[in-house]
Design a protein around this ligand. Structure first.
Ligand SMILES: [Zn+2]
Length: 344
C-alpha cells in the first residue's frame, strides 16, 4: 500500500466520524429543547392576579413524559383564576340557590372545565352547575376548582338555615321573619317588645352624647292599624304601587314589635346627621337598617334609612360586616304569592 492510499482511507474514516459526532450532538440539543418546552409550560399556570383572593396554582414538577397524560385529564390551562360572586350564601333546608363564578382566562373556557364540591354533604350538596341545596342546619364550604387543577379554586361559606313555624309565626334559625313571603296572624299582638324598646333607649342616650336627636317616629302597629294604612294607600295609588312602600295587613314588620321608624318617615331623613349616625352605630345596639339601598329586589321594599329592626347585637354586627339584608342572611325570599284581594 502506498502512502497516498493510506491517507485517503484515514480521511474518509474521520469524515464519517465527524458526521456521526455532529448528529449525536444535534440529538442532545433537540432533547434539551423538548425538555425546556415542557418545563416552561408547567410554570405558566401559576400566574394569578394579585389580591383576587384566589389560591395560586402551584407548578408541580411533572416529568416531561407525563405531560400529554395530564392534558388528557381535561385541565384547561386557559383558566388563570376564578372569582365567585359572593363569599357568603344562606339557604333553607330543602331549598336551593346558585353560586355564579367568573373566570379570568387567556382563551376558551367553560363551565365544563370546573368542578364543584361541598366540605360536608350532610349539610349542603352542590351540583355541576353550582346549584347548592341545603340538607340540614349547619355551616360548610362549597368550593369551585378548575378540573384537574385543584390549585385554582374559590370557596363560599354556606349556611343552611332551619325554618320553624309556631302559631302562624315563622322563625328562621330562631329569628322571627316578617316580609312579603312570611306574614303574621291577625291576632299576633305583642306591642313593642321590651328587648327592642330597651335597646332603642340605650342607643338614644348614646346618640344624644354625640349631639344627635333620635326619637321614635312609629313603632308597634297592630293588624287593624295596618289594614287602615294599606287600604288608604290602595285608594290613592292602587295596590301595585302601594306594595312598593307599604306592607299588606299581616305582612308589616311593625306588627312584630321588633321594629322602629326613627324620626321623620320620609326620604329627607336620609340626608340628616342622625341618619348617618344610625347607619354607623345601630348594629352596636342590635339593630339593622332593614331595607338597604340597592337591595330593593331582595327585600321587596325601597330604601328606608329610618326603619330599623332588632335582631340582637351579634347578628346585627355580622350582617353589617357582610353588607347583607335579613333575607340574604337567612336565605329567604320576600315576594307576595299573588295580587291583593281585600276581604271586606
Ligand atoms: Zn317602618
Amino acid at each position: 500500500m502506498s502512502k497516498q492510499t493510506k491517507r485517503k482511507g484515514w480521511e474518509r474514516f474521520s469524515r464519517v466520524g465527524i458526521i456521526l459526532i455532529l448528529l449525536y450532538l444535534m440529538l442532545i440539543i433537540l432533547g434539551f429543547a423538548i425538555r425546556l418546552l415542557f418545563f416552561s409550560d408547567q410554570q405558566a399556570v401559576s400566574i394569578v392576579p394579585e389580591d383576587s383572593g384566589v389560591i395560586s396554582a402551584e407548578s408541580t414538577a411533572v416529568p416531561g413524559g407525563n405531560v400529554p397524560e395530564e392534558s388528557s385529564m381535561g385541565t384547561n390551562e386557559n383558566i388563570l383564576a376564578l372569582l365567585v360572586d359572593q363569599p357568603y350564601l344562606a339557604v333553607l333546608e330543602g331549598s336551593s340557590a346558585s353560586i355564579s363564578v367568573n373566570m379570568s382566562t387567556t382563551g376558551e373556557a367553560g363551565a365544563e372545565d370546573l368542578v364543584w364540591s361541598s366540605s360536608d354533604e350532610s349539610i349542603a350538596v352542590v351540583d355541576a352547575s353550582g346549584m347548592v341545596t341545603g340538607v340540614k342546619q349547619g355551616t360548610c364550604d362549597v368550593t369551585v376548582a378548575v378540573k384537574g387543577n385543584e390549585g385554582v379554586a374559590q370557596s363560599v361559606s354556606v349556611h343552611v338555615r332551619h325554618l320553624d313555624e309556631k302559631n302562624g309565626c315563622t322563625f328562621v334559625d330562631g329569628i322571627l321573619i316578617v316580609n312579603k313571603t312570611y306574614g303574621l296572624p291577625a291576632n299576633y299582638d305583642p306591642g313593642l317588645e321590651d328587648v327592642c324598646k330597651n335597646a332603642f333607649e340605650q342607643m338614644q342616650k348614646d346618640a344624644e352624647k354625640d349631639g344627635m336627636n333620635l326619637y321614635i317616629g312609629s313603632s308597634y302597629r297592630d293588624y287593624d292599624y295596618q289594614v287602615r294604612i294599606y287600604r288608604n294607600y290602595c285608594e290613592l295609588y292602587g295596590w301595585e304601587m302601594a306594595d312598593t312602600f307599604s306592607a299588606r295587613p299581616g305582612y308589616s314588620e311593625h306588627q312584630s314589635g321588633l321594629t322602629i321608624d326613627c324620626n321623620t318617615i320620609d326620604d329627607a331623613f336620609g340626608e340628616t346627621p342622625e341618619a348617618a349616625w344610625l347607619a354607623k352605630h345601630c348594629a352596636d345596639y342590635g339593630f339593622i337598617i332593614r331595607f338597604l339601598e340597592g337591595k330593593e329586589s331582595i327585600t321587596g321594599y325601597k330604601y328606608e334609612p329610618w326603619h330599623i329592626r332588632y335582631v340582637g347585637v351579634e347578628k346585627a354586627k355580622e350582617m353589617n360586616r357582610l353588607g347583607l339584608t335579613l333575607e340574604e342572611y337567612l336565605g329567604v325570599k320576600s315576594e307576595y304569592s299573588g295580587p291583593w284581594k281585600d276581604e271586606d
